[in-house]
Ligand binder design. Structure first.
Ligand SMILES: Cc1ncc(COP(=O)(O)O)c(C=O)c1O
Length: 408
């Protein structure tokens, strides 16, 4: 009999379910938003860390180094300059809050803006953790359809009109116009204009999440929503995770001071890691362009390896649009293939992926979809993992048919 102290009776009410113990990564890991291990610029990070520690190391003696609670002034300065160069707007550095990942920026925004029972509009398929966090704040989510050009503005108009008739004023629209998660779609400029105009006419602000915007390979970057005229109702969120490292835990929000000051008051964590901020600022200032260009070549090649593997193993059974950037492929399997069940069975064979219902406001609408992240596994692991996945899928659901490797 164990005589360990029993904490169970002490827990607060309404806690989420306990986390499962971590058992290491599966051999073929297509889950989450991990980056490419061979895309991490280790040597250059060592040089940047050494240089910045020599130059600024003593500031680590204080909370928030010498920059105050908004975050390292050098990193905020770098980000303001990058947003100016690539995203079409130049926030004053005091309108940028550095957070521990952009997930924290989203949480702080949601806590700042949502009362239980409020209505929030988001894309029908969206970042799973944001769906969970919005619901955790008590929001009623109203999903907007997506097509190959991202959020459908006609549907948004219809929704806003219906809500107005019911005298419901939505708190905000949460969306990812530039490389959407999970569909990887990019909203063209003319649709961005319509989205801005509609949201402004209805008086509904937008939270624009540009977590993946740096990973656009072929197309030219469209302006961010916040970079377009008439966009001061847009709050812009970005991350260092996807183009440098998720483990650094660095993200940011660019917002007007009345919003930022409320977020800052909620961010009671003593500051985001100053060492991570210093090193990132030093590295990005010198190497951002070269690093991202090289990373994007790697990611595009992995996308192609994944597509080839799916075509060979699943044939026409797996349907998808070819992503122009990012790290995800959103795949549709035949109706009867329950991807939540498939995920559990595939995991027993060492293959992990995210089943569609995790990324859908209405889980029943995505039972036969799955999301594959192609950044983390090696090209060899992608090929082997998809072969195994097809075997499990065939065994359990009788698709793909054997010899399905017809070209799409
Ligand atoms: C759309 C989107 N936003 C935000 C995040 C949070 O990322 P991080 O906290 O690492 O910046 C993610 C992570 O996958 C994401 O997919």
């Amino acid at each position: 009999m164990s005589n360990a102290f029993d904490f169970d009776g002490l827990f607060a009410k309404d806690l989420p379910l306990p986390a499962a113990p971590w058992n290491g990564f599966p051999k073929y890991n297509f889950t989450g938003g991990h980056s490419d291990p061979d895309g991490i610029p280790v040597e250059k990070l060592i040089e940047s860390a050494t240089r910045v520690l020599r130059r600024r190391g003593k500031t680590l003696a204080t909370y928030n180094i010498d920059s105050g609670p908004l975050g390292d002034a050098e990193l905020r300065g770098y980000l303001a300059d990058k947003l100016d160069r690539y995203r079409g707007f130049t926030p004053p550095i005091d309108n940028i809050l550095i957070t521990s990942g952009s997930h924290q920026a989203l949480l702080l925004l949601f806590q700042t803006l949502i009362n239980p029972g409020d209505t929030v509009i988001c894309e029908a398929l969206s970042y799973g953790a944001a769906i969970g966090a919005l619901r955790g704040c008590g929001a009623n989510l109203v999903p907007v359809r997506l097509d190959e050009n991202a959020l459908c503005t006609d549907h948004l108009s219809e929704i806003l009109m219906n809500l107005r008739q019911k005298e419901i004023a939505p708190k905000f629209i949460y969306c990812m116009p530039t490389v959407q998660n999970p569909t990887s779609t990019v909203m063209p400029l003319d649709r961005r204009r319509v989205l801005l105009d509609i949201s402004r006419d209805f008086g509904v602000p937008i939270i624009e999440d540009e977590c993946y915007a740096d990973l656009l390979w072929d197309a030219k970057w469209p302006l961010s929503l916040r970079g377009m005229t008439g966009s001061d109702h847009v709050i812009h969120v970005g991350s260092v995770s996807k183009y440098l490292s998720p483990a650094l835990r660095l993200g940011y929000a660019a917002a007007p001071w009345p919003v930022l000051s409320r977020m800052l008051a909620l961010k009671a964590d003593g500051g985001t890691s100053a060492l991570a901020q210093m090193v990132a600022a030093e590295f990005l200032r010198d190497h951002y362009d070269d690093h991202v260009a090289a990373l994007n070549i790697r990611l595009k090649r992995k996308r192609d390896v994944l597509i080839r593997a799916l075509e060979e193993q699943f044939g026409a059974t797996a349907e998808f649009d070819v992503p122009p950037g990012g790290i995800y492929l959103w795949v549709k399997l035949p109706n009867g293939v329950a991807t939540t069940k498939l995920a559990a069975l595939a995991l027993e064979e060492g293959v992990a992926f995210n089943p569609g219902p995790q990324w859908s406001v209405d889980p029943d609408a995505a039972t036969h979809y799955l999301r594959l992240c192609f950044a983390y596994p090696s090209e060899e692991a992608i090929r082997e993992g998809i072969t195994k996945l097809a075997e499990v899928c065939h065994r359990e659901f009788d698709v793909p048919a054997r010899g399905a490797n017809v070209s799409r």
